[in-house]
Every structure is written in structure tokens, then in C-alpha cells.
Design a protein around this ligand. Structure first.
Ligand code: PLP
Length: 388
């Protein structure tokens, strides 16, 4: 039986040719391809600046450096996210202030943000869960009212649109991920988009040891050996091999999204009538990148837990995952900040029921059909067991 993994990157000859070209050129790390990827990404998004880094985590860290986050400051984040969103705040000895999410979209519940704001709050990091943009008008309104920065965690949302605006052009800074499982994959990689000259310049310097601008050129004919260190920076730059992948992937980023939309529609059509499963939905005024397709099991009706369901899929050769374990449940966030289970009930409710199904451009109709059939079989099997 052919395995259907939870994820597979979509790599074709175009990526291979572009990477081989980098290898043959002799320029392996940050150089001409990285610059080209930044330019093409900025053009695609419609942002003034696009700055590469080695991950979304690094991008979020650099964005918080750019706003000069200080020890003791607070940053608002949703409970339903990956630890990267919270850990970068801790790098500054600042506090991640967790807010619960909406039961339908899994995005930060904007009606709960204001009560989490204190005199120490500096920023909000909304996470566009699974690719669906957050309520950005409400978030930007609150940010404006309290003088906060809005730094978007867009790890899932390339490409996505909110009321006709592309994610990457909305908040103060937007951080993307090109990790292996993401909608544009370079293995590891990240990008920050912004309209702000000062932040873009500072981030460019900070991502490469804090050495003066264009230091990467020092080994080229047009460059000079001389450089100056102006800050204690980081080794967060992208390589040209990654950028080569990015250039090739960017050309088909919309086609890859259309493939994911097709898969999402097939799943939704099939599962809509099942009362044992809630399907994900997208608000009418936004367009999702569909990075994830997360169903929620009606665990009460099935009288079975999520784990039995995932194990059942595995036995049928189908990979699945869970996004996410809410942050406040992890030992680090409990022990360091005193969060505890029960603090964010909507996130916990979602967590207990969520299963992420395979959704990626290379899935065939047969693969999609097998996932649908497996879900139907499992629902029926668990029902029969319950009835017996
Ligand atoms: C919501 C979210 N933010 C940030 C990240 C971190 O991305 P990266 O692996 O590129 O650092 C992830 C990765 O899975 C994520 O899901």
C-alpha cells in the first residue's frame, strides 16, 4: 500500500536546475540569488522591502530587535501557535502574553486582546492560522489605539489576502517561513516584509553579524575587504542554495495554492454531511493559503479520542498531524510564566479535537480519494464500536 505522507514538498526540475546553477556558479551562500529572491518576493507581495533570513523564527526575532523590545516588555500572542511565536519574545527576557483564539478560525480572538494590554505591552503578533488571515482591521485598530506594533506571523499564509490586501503588506512587519513543510519550501528559510526604511536596513545588518550593509559582497569583485561591526548581530542569513529553491518555488506559488484549494474543496464536499467532523471554513472577506486542512472531531459523538483517529489513519498508510498543542500547556510556558491548563479553554477545546490531514500540491486524485475513504471508514468504525 502506497504511503500518503502528511507532507511532501513540490520539487521539480525547475528547482533542481536553479540549485545546480548556484552550485556551478561557485557562490553558495548569501549572494546574487538571495538578492534576486528578495527582489522577486517584494515584487510579488507588493512590499517596499523583503529581507531574507534563515527561518521565520529568526525573522520574528529580528522584527522584535528592530522595535527594540526590552526586558520586562510584553507582547501579545495567540495560544494556538507554534512555540517560535512565543520563544522569540523570551530571547529578550520579555513576556509572551497569551490570548485565547476563536473556535471557528483558530485565530486570535480580537475581543479578548484589550483586556490583555498593560502599560508594558509593546506589540501584538497575530498568527494567520492554517493560512487564513486574522481580523487585521480590528488588530490594527487596537494597535493604533494603544501605540503597539503589529508584527504578523505569516508562517502559514503565503499567499493569502485580507479584504483584497495581500498578507505581507498589512501590518508593520510580516514574517514568512520557508521551512520544508510550508507553502513555499526552501528547506529552512524566512522573509520579513516591511515598508519601513529604518527597520529594513537594521534587519539587513543584524542578520549578518551586525556588519555594515552589503558585507556579503566583500568576496566579490565589486566588493571590498573592509567592513565594520556596528551591532552585536546574528548569523541568520539565507544561502544562495536556499534562495535558488525560493526563486523556482515563487514562480508557482499561486498554482500550488490552487492545488491546495482543490484538495480542501474535495475534503469539505465529502465531509460536510458528517456530523462526526467539523470542517474548516474561510471568512468571506479573506483568501486562505490553505497551508493546513484541520478537521475537528466530534469526540463526544464518536466517544473516541483524537489519538485513536490518528492511529487509525496511520494504519491505513496516511500521515496526519496536530496543530497545535496550545502554548500554555507546554511545561516551559507553565513553569516560566505561571500559565496552566484551563487558562485558554477555546484553544484546549480545539486541541482535543484537531487532526491535520495531508494537503499539498503533489497529491493525486487517488491520494485525495484514499484520505476521504479512510476518514469515512474510521468514523464508521468508531461509531460501530461505540454502538456495540
Ligand atoms: C505559526 C508558526 N510560526 C513560526 C514558525 C517557525 O517557522 P520556522 O521553522 O521557519 O522558523 C512556525 C513553524 O512551523 C509556525 O507554524
Amino acid at each position: 500500500m502506497k504511503q500518503i505522507p502528511f507532507h511532501e514538498p513540490y520539487i521539480t526540475d525547475e528547482e533542481i536546475v536553479e540549485v545546480v546553477d548556484s552550485l556551478r556558479s561557485g557562490w553558495l551562500t548569501m549572494g546574487p540569488k538571495t538578492v534576486r529572491f528578495e527582489e522577486e518576493f517584494a515584487r510579488y507581495i507588493g512590499s517596499k522591502y523583503s529581507v531574507t533570513s534563515n527561518s521565520c523564527t529568526a525573522s520574528l526575532h529580528l522584527a522584535l530587535k528592530a522595535i527594540d523590545l526590552k526586558p520586562g516588555d510584553e507582547v501579545i500572542i495567540p495560544a494556538m501557535t507554534f512555540t517560535a511565536t512565543g520563544e522569540v519574545i523570551c530571547y529578550f527576557n520579555a513576556k509572551p502574553v497569551i490570548v485565547d483564539v476563536d473556535r471557528d478560525t483558530h485565530n486570535i480572538d480580537t475581543s479578548k486582546i484589550e483586556q490583555a494590554i498593560t502599560s508594558k505591552t509593546r506589540a501584538i503578533i497575530p498568527v494567520h492560522f492554517a493560512g487564513q488571515p486574522c481580523d487585521m482591521d480590528e488588530i490594527l485598530g487596537i494597535a493604533d489605539k494603544y501605540g503597539l506594533f503589529a508584527i504578523e506571523d505569516a508562517a502559514h499564509s503565503l499567499p493569502a489576502w485580507y479584504k483584497g490586501r495581500k498578507v505581507g503588506t498589512i501590518g508593520d512587519m510580516t514574517c514568512f517561513s520557508f521551512y520544508a513543510t510550508k507553502t513555499l519550501a526552501t528547506g529552512e528559510g524566512g522573509m520579513i516584509t516591511t515598508e519601513n526604511d529604518e527597520w529594513a536596513e537594521r534587519i539587513k545588518v543584524l542578520r549578518l553579524h551586525g556588519i555594515s550593509k552589503d558585507a556579503w559582497k566583500r568576496y566579490s569583485n565589486e566588493g571590498s575587504w573592509f567592513y565594520e561591526v556596528i551591532e552585536a548581530g546574528y548569523k541568520y542569513n539565507m544561502t544562495d542554495i536556499q534562495a535558488a529553491l525560493g526563486i523556482a518555488q515563487l514562480k508557482k506559488v499561486e498554482w500550488m495554492r490552487e492545488r491546495r484549494v482543490y484538495i480542501a474543496e474535495r475534503y469539505t464536499e465529502a465531509f460536510r454531511g458528517l456530523d462526526a467532523i467539523a470542517v474548516p471554513s474561510v471568512e468571506p472577506d479573506r483568501v486562505s493559503a490553505w497551508h493546513l486542512y484541520v478537521i475537528k472531531l466530534n469526540v463526544e459523538a464518536l466517544q473516541a479520542d483524537r489519538e485513536a483517529f490518528i492511529e487509525g489513519l496511520k494504519a491505513k498508510g496516511i500521515g496526519a498531524s496536530v496543530h497545535f498543542i496550545p502554548l500554555h500547556i507546554h511545561p516551559f510556558y507553565r513553569d516560566t510564566f505561571g500559565y496552566k491548563p484551563g487558562d485558554f479553554p477555546e484553544s484546549e477545546w480545539i486541541y482535543e479535537r484537531s487532526v491535520s490531514l495531508p494537503i499539498y500540491p503533489g497529491m493525486t486524485d487517488n491520494d485525495i480519494g484514499r484520505v476521504i475513504e479512510a476518514v469515512f471508514d474510521l468514523v464508521k468504525g468508531l461509531r460501530d464500536e461505540t454502538a456495540a
